[in-house]
Design a protein around this ligand. Structure first.
Ligand code: BGC
Length: 788
């Protein structure tokens, strides 16, 4: 097909039809014009292709479950992510899927975000680079990707109705930067807009980010599509820069958009842009429909294992218990050794091809062991297995203890309330550690957890959610076949109270989320505020040691010699930070600018060379509305973590004389006392937004079932909604609390009436949604907002 030629022969109506999906996972076809219907589906850590209609999370065709983003980011290995992407793309080709919905590069503003396992990092450079490598790998196979969720989507609570409110510098330097890197380095075929608004403007039609920044500044050439049910008024979205609304909804907006066209509210040029972008996507990726390619399941399992091997982080090995000797029989405790937690819940949840467990991997390696389950993941409150496990502990026998977060703790659609592990896991760990220090703790969780027993532990490995082959990778690491080389892609704070937004995150604030801390999130905050943390960003141990020497900065090239000074082979992540020492404005203590993972044989030295761009020395001046270089000194730092700086060099830049610092005197940004306030936020040049909870009489299509649940018809409707979702998905009342089910129910009650309509596959027409809103408002008093 030839996209341009086809477009030239299409009517406005035909073009508009292309800008809305066909069903949950397909784009609209036009047989007469020779346009086939292609499939787009989740993502992002492997293919979740659902058999049959609907959105449900089950029944996916088997595919390789690669480590989740929070895990694979710890590899800091672009080649590895590229290889993983290529394998994912190959699975799409086999399954005739044109676009895989991922990767996700949202920043981890708080460790509590229920979806953090789907995101790479708290650092924009690391997240952007990992995403670019993955996208390039996928797209090398001809299949497209969808970089998501654009943008500032950092919590699940009120995810479909919330607004992330922040200043332009924070937006650009922190929350948009991973998208910018990925777009510029890999040109993803599509980008998915976020559910949330930004400063009260819906992401789906936000011309500032979609048109001014994404297309005009960064040169994005692909399709901007909505998150599922995340569209708003369709013609306004198209005007803002959107091309495609998903999922399909039997052309819910066609009439309205045609009318808008006739009334001059949307131009033919805009419709052409959107339709042509969609046609070009189909043109590029339709080849999958005729492909009979088959991928090799074993080879992809090996790729998943390789990623896990490069990503697992050794957090502590103070008595050098690791690696274990395989002629000593270990005692394995923890049901996760038998039933691994290897992926997260929600739209990324897939059906693995081949699942390794730790026990089966020990069997395969010929290692004998004793085993006690210690807890049951299905009933995490049941303490009855702890004592039997602890009774078996004897100092002379090494214990490998599996603990972490069970499925119920982390999911798309809801945020964690605390950073704690299940009580049973903590008690088990404490009791085991009381009896022995010969204990290797293996953590499985999508994000950081508090470790109240850390001081007593000698040995901790963090497996994150390491995919279908994570367990066999763990055996190789624990028994020293491979030296661990993962480094944390996010800080592990000591406690949730230490997080800069802990007092407001997903708790007190409803739909309006004010980013008072600006860009001081993650290590940008902890390092600047000199806080103690459990483990810093960029940290991770190895079975060997590394020496750094000979730092040279020549123009924008930085080189350093790294030597493996230990007795075994290993890999080191060399991290390049820049500290802005000028007094031009507020700056974080240091910020990652580049990194390289280097494999070194015992005794070997290599010179690692990295580039710094001009942008790496700039900041976004809100006053000048541009990136600027401030005149003065900068420190170039080479670190083994963000807090373990090995070598530094000072660089002087002949930039502009800027003074934006004075206004911050005495503020939180200078003292880091307590938590940032509204006044601190104002100093960044933006006003915090407050909004009263919506009340009967004022409801609009943008409200949710949750908003209207208090009284009258709204209360009735709220009940009906839950019943309807359960009935549609076949969920029994007793199963409503299971995590996947809970997510579906929570999503339904949190989606706006407009979104409900968009997700109903044409069943709930917009007029019906408006009628329900009217009923919720009470007929006697029509909605004031609607009247306007
Ligand atoms: C999620 C997206 C996902 C889509 C399709 C949405 O609810 O936010 O990340 O790709 O569903 O499953």
């Amino acid at each position: 097909m030839n996209a341009e030629e086809i477009l030239s022969k299409m009517s406005i109506k035909e073009k508009l039809m292309l800008t809305s999906g066909l069903d949950f996972w397909h784009l609209v076809s036009n047989e007469e014009k020779g346009v086939p219907s292609i499939m787009v589906t989740d993502g992002p850590h492997g293919l979740r292709k659902k058999e049959g209609p609907g959105m449900g999370i089950g029944d996916a065709v088997p595919s390789t479950a690669f480590p989740t983003a929070s895990c694979s980011a710890c590899s800091w290995d672009k080649e590895l992510l590229h290889e993983m992407g290529k394998a994912m793309g190959e699975e799409c080709v086999q399954e005739k899927v044109s676009v895989i919905l991922g990767p996700g590069v949202n920043m981890k503003r708080s460790p509590l975000c229920g979806r953090n396992f789907e995101y790479f990092s708290e650092d924009p450079v690391l997240a952007g680079e990992m995403a670019a490598a993955l996208i390039n790998g996928v797209q090398e196979t001809g299949v497209g990707t969808s970089l998501k969720h654009f943008a500032v989507n950092n919590q699940e609570t009120f995810r479909m109705t919330g607004s992330s409110n922040l200043d332009e510098r924070t937006l650009r330097e922190y929350y948009l930067q991973p998208f910018e890197i990925a777009v510029k380095k890999s040109q993803p075929m599509t980008i998915m807009t976020a559910y949330n608004k930004i400063n009260n403007v819906p992401s789906s039609g936000n011309s500032h980010i979609l048109t001014d920044i994404l297309r005009n500044e960064w040169g994005f050439k692909g399709v901007a599509l909505t998150d599922w049910g995340g569209g708003h008024c369709h013609y306004e979205d198209l005007n803002g820069g959107l091309d495609l609304e998903m999922p399909g909804n039997k052309q819910l907006y066609l009439k309205e958009t045609l009318k808008a066209y006739e009334a001059g509210k949307i131009s033919e040029e805009t419709i052409n842009r959107a339709a042509l972008n969609v046609l070009k996507l189909i043109e590029k990726t339709e080849f999958v429909l005729n492909s009979d390619y088959k991928y090799n399941v074993e080879e992809h399992h090996a790729v998943a294992k390789k990623v896990a091997l490069g990503s697992i982080v050794l957090l502590k090995n103070s008595k050098n218990i690791l690696p274990l000797n395989n002629d000593v029989k270990p005692l394995i405790i923890g049901e996760m050794a038998e039933k691994p937690r290897y992926q997260g819940a929600g739209s990324s949840h897939l059906n693995p091809q081949k699942l390794d467990t730790f026990l089966s991997s020990l069997d395969a390696a010929g290692i004998t062991y004793d085993y006690e389950k210690g807890y049951e993941s299905a009933n995490v409150k049941d303490e009855s297995f702890i004592d039997a496990a602890v009774a078996k502990v004897d100092k002379s026998q090494p214990v490998i203890l599996f603990i972490g977060l069970t499925d119920d703790y982390e999911s798309e659609g809801s945020d964690r309330l605390t950073m704690a592990m299940p009580e049973t896991h903590i008690k088990l760990a404490e009791k085991v550690l009381e009896k022995s220090d010969n204990v290797v703790i293996v953590l499985s969780a999508g994000s950081p957890v508090e470790l109240p027993f850390e001081a007593k532990a000698t040995t901790i490995l963090d497996a994150y959610l390491s995919g279908e082959a994570g367990a066999s990778a763990l055996v190789d690491i624990i028994y020293g076949k491979v030296s661990p080389s993962g480094k944390l892609a996010e800080t592990w704070p000591l406690s949730i109270n230490d997080v800069q937004c802990s007092e407001t995150y997903a708790l007190k604030e409803r739909n309006q989320v004010n980013y008072r801390e600006g860009f001081f999130a993650g290590y940008r905050y902890y390092n600047s505020a000199k806080m103690n943390v459990q483990y810093p960003f960029g940290y991770g141990l190895s079975y060997t040691t590394f020496g750094y020497s000979n730092l040279k900065v020549k123009g924008n090239k930085v080189s350093v010699d790294v030597t493996n000074t230990g007795k075994v082979d290993g890999a080191e992540v060399v991290q390049l930070y820049v500290a802005n020492k000028t007094k031009a404005s507020i700056f974080a203590e240091n910020e990652l600018r580049n990194f390289e993972k280097v494999f070194l044989k015992a005794g070997e030295t290599k010179t690692v060379t990295m580039e710094l761009s001009d942008r790496d020395f700039q900041f976004y001046s809100v006053e000048k509305n541009a990136y600027v270089t401030a005149k003065g000194e900068y420190e170039v730092q080479i670190g083994a973590s963000s807090r373990d700086i090995k070598l530094t060099a000072t660089v002087t830049k002949d930039g502009e004389e800027i003074n934006e610092l004075e206004k911050f005197a005495g503020s939180w940004f200078e003292t880091f006392n307590g938590k940032p306030t509204d006044d601190d936020m104002r100093l960044l040049g933006v006003e915090p937004i407050y909004e009263k909870a919506p009340r009967k009489g004022d409801y609009t299509l943008e409200n949710t079932a949750l908003d209207v649940k208090e009284k009258g018809f709204g209360k009735f409707f709220f009940g009906i909604m839950q019943l309807a979702v359960r009935a549609a998905l076949g969920i029994k009342k007793s199963e409503a609390d299971q995590i996947q089910n809970k997510m579906m129910i929570d999503s339904a009650i949190n989606i706006s009436f407009r979104g409900m309509s968009a997700m109903s596959n044409g069943i709930m027409k917009l007029w019906l949604a408006s009628f329900i809103v009217k009923c919720c408002n009470g007929f006697s008093k029509p909605s004031k907002k609607e009247e306007k």
